[in-house]
Write a new protein. Sequence first.
Length: 286
Amino acid sequence: MNWQDFSKLIKFRLTFLVVFSASITFLLGSRVGGNDINWVNWGKLIIGGFLVTGAANCFNEIIEKDLDKLMKRTMDRPIPSGHLTTGQALIFGLLMGLAGTYLLGSLNLLTGLLSVFSILFYAFAYTPLKRITPIAVFVGAIPGALPPLIGYVAGYGKIDDIALIVFAIQFVWQFPHFWAIAWVLDDDYKLAGFRLLPTGKRDLVSAIFTCAATLVLVPVSLLPNVYQHAALWVGYVSLVCSLVFLYLALMLLIRRDILSARKVMFASFFYLPVVQLIFLFGFKGK
């Protein structure tokens, strides 16, 4: 197996975004605790988070190996393409999961427990539901929102209102993010029987749900300021980002085409790291 196969097995780009999110909130948690940043622990978080996320994605691909053969964008993954056997992938997944959980657990017990929960919930709850009901997106949003919570707990040691805020922002963000992706890839998803759009198809109701989720994100993104944890400028920047995101979702609602959905999808890639970074830089204390 070469690097390209390994990258596809762990979904490297997705894993990178997850780890980036956790690394930012680790720094935030360290600031909240009033401690100097422990860069060794930060490294453990990045490596452990990478391994845990890679393991969850590996188990996902094992479960969906027969479905991946049906979709154009996934048929070249290492298992359906025959570059890797299911047994080999399982070994990779178990080793990464155990090593990643050990590293994260060495930071504190709660971080380790949250990482185990994220693997199990993503692989064995969200993954099988994708072919059964659009509620899978809601279920998947729970483990999907855990990385910033895990990063924060790794840096601070416990769950507080700030931990819940970073969780809430990423939780709500995932709905327009996933539904925009599902809109763009709906034809491919249908080949495998996945039902990820709210109604199962590209229509007005699915566009309304996507737009509504983006609208909810506007007040949620302002929670750092509502609870007086961030400087005033953080609220202004968050509001601008949220309104731009909402505008693109409104264009999807009006036009209901793939191009508009693609714009929402790409905007979502930028939105989350920007909002998380400005919260970090604009944090003013508890």
